[in-house]
Design a protein around this ligand. Structure first.
Ligand code: PLP
Length: 358
């Protein structure tokens, strides 16, 4: 039996005559042309399209250096490695985030320290961050959840106070800004994702931006086995010579993906407008339902990229649980996701195993 509240809720949502997919891939002629040109160019791996993609993201973010990578996960991992973070170090990370933010820390051998978020912004609570710092803390990873920028003024202050590195997980926040400055201007490294559901996509892909040249160069080397001269440069120079100066990984982006990224990034302004329009429609459609759901808190001194529109169910007021709610929405053409599935216990299990092995 449904309660009166639920009947009322379903009545209101049921009137919504819209199709809202989980994400809406906007690939036009430009993307297809860019990929075709790359296929015809005879160069498929990291090369001129990656360089062009990096230049575009530099323009959009104002950060002087950019390194195109195969994913944001790789970007987070390599940023930490390039900042010399590893075994014995602690990295503060929000307890509410996608698994990759945490696994990137575990991959370095460092220990993630989960810190609580502000329940209205869903971002790290700087007061709690300050309390989580110990003698072992080396870095903070901030996450701009749903594209809403963190409180960077406070986070940068904490980093200065304790001499910590700040790695910004900006998987959701390309195009967002804080205090009129674009995301990409705040941490030692900022990492964007171009996964298929993101505001700008390359299918799979990521990018690190930074104001530190040496850091960018190290990340680039680490993304290609630690090789000093990548294939494109050797090809140009007509020389086979290169060195491998440290153990690296294989996380470079292909030019095919980068071609998509170039075409997509050129449309970033239009994409941002579309998202702002959607956000206003969602607020309009949902504002009478605040007895049952919490709507996102609007940012004060920042612009969100509205990568996600996260609502919180007031389960104590609903007879139906989360899964039924999602089913009911689906019946009405509105596809929802769950952000995020808890990763804490997996992380704990992995870390305990490491301890046992020692
Ligand atoms: C907050 C956050 N960080 C990192 C990632 C990882 O991005 P990628 O799939 O590009 O590795 C995601 C992916 O959705 C994410 O939501």
């Amino acid at each position: 039996m449904l309660s009166d509240i639920e009947r009322e809720f379903i009545k209101i949502v049921g009137r919504t005559k819209v199709r809202v997919p989980l994400f809406n891939l906007t690939l036009g002629r430009e993307e297809k042309k860019a990929v075709q040109e790359t296929l015809n160019s005879g160069w498929l791996t990291s090369g001129p399209r990656c360089a062009e993609f990096e230049r575009l993201i530099v323009q959009k973010t104002g950060a002087p250096y950019a390194v195109a990578l195969s994913s944001a996960t790789a970007g987070l991992h390599l940023s930490l490695v390039a900042l010399d973070i590893g075994r014995g170090d602690e990295v503060i990370v929000p307890s509410y985030t996608f698994a990759a933010t945490v696994s990137s820390i575990i991959m370095t051998g460092a220990t993630p320290v989960f810190c609580d978020i502000d329940s209205s912004t869903l971002n790290l609570d700087p007061v709690k961050v300050d309390k989580a710092v110990t003698r072992k803390t080396r870095a903070i990873i901030s996450v701009d959840i749903a594209g809403r920028p963190c409180d960077y003024r406070a986070l940068v202050r904490i980093c200065k106070k304790y001499r910590l590195k700040l790695v910004c997980d900006a998987a959701h926040s390309l195009g967002a800004s804080y205090n009129k400055k674009p995301i990409g201007s705040f941490g030692d490294a900022t990492v964007f994702s171009f996964y298929a559901t993101k505001n700008v996509t390359t299918g799979e892909g990521g990018m690190v931006v930074t104001s530190r040249k040496a850091l960018a160069e190290r990340i680039r080397k680490l993304s290609l086995h630690g090789i000093t001269v990548p294939t494109q440069k050797r090809n140009k120079a007509g020389s086979w010579r290169y060195d491998i100066i440290e153990m690296g990984y294989k996380s470079n982006l292909s030019d095919i993906n980068a071609a998509l990224g170039v075409a997509q990034t050129r449309k970033l302004k239009q994409f941002a407008l579309n998202r702002r329009r959607a956000e206003k429609r969602y607020f309009g459609a949902l504002r009478n339902l605040t007895d049952f759901i919490d709507l996102p808190a609007l940012p004060k001194d920042s612009e969100s990229s509205w990568s996600l529109f996260i609502i919180k169910l007031k389960l104590e007021r609903l007879k139906i649980g989360r899964d039924r709610f999602i089913e009911e929405m689906k019946k009405r053409g509105i596809i929802c996701g769950v952000h995020f599935i808890l990763f804490y216990f997996v992380a704990k299990h992995v870390l305990n195993k490491n301890v046992v092995k020692k």
